[in-house]
Ligand binder design. Structure first.
Ligand SMILES: Cc1cc2nc3c(=O)[nH]c(=O)nc-3n(C[C@H](O)[C@H](O)[C@H](O)COP(=O)(O)OP(=O)(O)OC[C@H]3O[C@@H](n4cnc5c(N)ncnc54)[C@H](O)[C@@H]3O)c2cc1C
Length: 457
């Protein structure tokens, strides 16, 4: 934990939070709240001490001066667009395995400090009831993301946080005797501690355009070698048959396979064919795994399995032999009618055409090589992915500041005392389902409470 900077009066604020998104608002609220709580305890011990530290409740002058600065012209855009405007606040079961980036053990250390139960009760106290859907995702009962954003903004105001925007921060400079100067085109302010909650690079129009990563670098941090879009639709080769099926959704296993044919990872969920390639939850979930794998292995590729229900257990995949046997089981049935048992007709016809098989044939009437090539399309259709749709269409950023550079009990930087980090600026990205917000809430909670503790203890 950092030394408390010199004279309180040298500073305009105690806590400057850079970025008022999910992580920044959470950090600011908890820094201010913990500041009140600590001040209350201290005031009962030292009843005659500085009156500025004796506030007992919210809606009063804060014990700590907390400001949240955001560069965007509108606050909380990402919260408002989340979950199709309904804001998928969290998931009923959040585990470190639902994330990628830094190590699972490091991610777990932060997640366990602010659990799903804590999240539900935090929002309940703000008047936001959450409901769980069949998928395990939790949304506000209003089905309206404004409920979530308004509650967070109100909680920030109630605890005395001063939220200012648009105030883009261009530099953060450590001062010789502790504390920071935070500056932008609007001027500068001096802060005893700084929380960098500037997000990653996804949806740049929301204000998260990667400048925060540069700020982290300027303060001595590294950023992972690769910072790429995550939860992003994938672009297929212009001539691939997937593009002809635009608008079709179905359940499939989407798989990443190494250049040598090794299974890397897979997701089974709904997916969508589009005019440019592939989208939908299973594809979004796998996107960062394919693109990150390609940074190591340019030949890594994507396969679709439409007969995932044939696999023996959760860890295995449907093999070519399994798919071929399934085709042959149909006996007198035409191959099109067999495919229609598991696949939408449009997809069934496209696969038959791609394998060069007439739809009125039975499996036994097809020569072995053609039948096996159809079986291959059913259990592992290769899709040549030529890229992704970029940060503009990505929900999250894969890569960022590695957790190993932070003290995870406090989220304080190991490189720059007095600097705390939370949210998507860090090298942690979750799958679809509320995991990314849960990371923002948990890391923001730890950072906020720790900042207050470091200043008041
Ligand atoms: C379309 C979409 C839908 C999503 N849906 C969900 C969902 O339903 N559930 C879920 O869990 N996750 C969802 N996510 C992901 C989730 O929104 C993010 O992971 C989360 O918002 C990250 O929070 P953050 O506060 O770390 O970063 P951000 O939300 O990106 O906030 C960072 C803030 O910092 C500000 N900022 C950046 N640089 C500066 C600077 N230099 N100076 C001042 N301010 C700065 C930005 O303006 C921004 O307001 C979705 C994302 C998108 C794009």
């Amino acid at each position: 934990m950092s030394e408390n900077p010199r004279n309180l009066h040298d500073f305009d604020v105690d806590v400057a939070v850079i970025g008022a998104g999910a992580a920044g608002l959470m950090t600011a609220i908890h820094a201010a709240r913990a500041g009140h709580a600590s001040a209350t305890i201290q005031s009962s011990v030292h009843a005659d001490t500085d009156s500025a530290r004796t506030n007992t409740g919210f809606n009063q002058a804060p014990a700590l001066r907390v400001v949240a600065l955001d560069g965007a012209p509108r606050i909380g855009i990402k919260i408002l667009v989340a979950g199709g405007g309904r804001c998928n606040v969290t998931h009923h079961a959040v585990r470190e395995q639902d994330y990628a980036g830094s190590t699972p053990a490091a991610i777990r250390r932060v997640l366990t400090r602010f659990t799903v139960a804590d999240c539900i009760s935090f929002f309940k106290d703000l008047g936001v009831e959450l409901k769980q859907e069949d998928t395990g995702k939790l949304f506000p009962t209003t089905d309206d993301a404004h409920t979530v954003l308004n509650a967070l903004l109100q909680a920030a105001r109630d605890s005395g946080v001063d939220i200012r925007w648009p105030m883009r921060v261009q530099t953060i400079t450590p001062l010789p005797n502790g504390g920071f100067e935070v500056a932008g085109a609007w001027g500068q302010l001096r802060a005893r501690t700084v929380a960098l909650c500037s997000g990653g690079k996804s949806l740049p129009k929301s204000g998260s355009d990667g400048l925060g990563l540069e700020l982290a670098r300027s303060l001595g941090h590294t950023v992972t070698q690769h910072v790429i879009p995550s939860l992003v639709p994938l672009v297929a080769d212009a001539h691939h048959w997937v593009r002809t099926l635009s608008g079709l959704t179905l359940e499939a296993e989407v798989r990443v396979v190494s250049g040598t044919g090794k299974h890397i990872t897979s997701f089974t969920n709904s997916m969508l064919f589009t005019h440019f390639g592939l989208s939908g939850p299973a594809v979004l979930d796998i996107s960062r795994h394919l693109m990150m794998e390609r940074t190591r292995d340019p030949d890594a590729s994507l396969q679709l399995c439409f007969l995932f229900h044939l696999k023996q257990n959760a860890k295995s995949s449907c093999s070519l032999d399994d798919a071929d046997a399934w085709l042959l089981e149909a006996k007198a049935q035409t191959v099109l009618s067999r495919l229609r048992e598991k696949l939408p007709e449009r997809l069934a016809k496209t696969l038959l055409e791609s394998a060069g098989i007439a739809s009125d044939r039975t499996a036994k009437q097809i020569d072995r090589d053609r039948r096996r090539s159809l079986a291959q399309l059913l259990c592992g259709a290769p899709v040549e992915i030529v890229g992704d749709r970029g940060f503009t269409h990505a929900e999250v950023t894969a890569g960022g500041v590695p957790l190993v550079e932070l003290n995870l009990s406090t989220m304080e930087s190991r490189k720059c005392p007095g600097l705390f980090l939370a949210g998507e600026v860090l090298d942690v990205d979750g799958r679809i389902g509320g995991f990314n917000f849960q990371w923002a809430w948990a890391s923001g909670f730890v950072a906020g409470v720790s900042m207050a503790t470091s200043l008041i203890s």
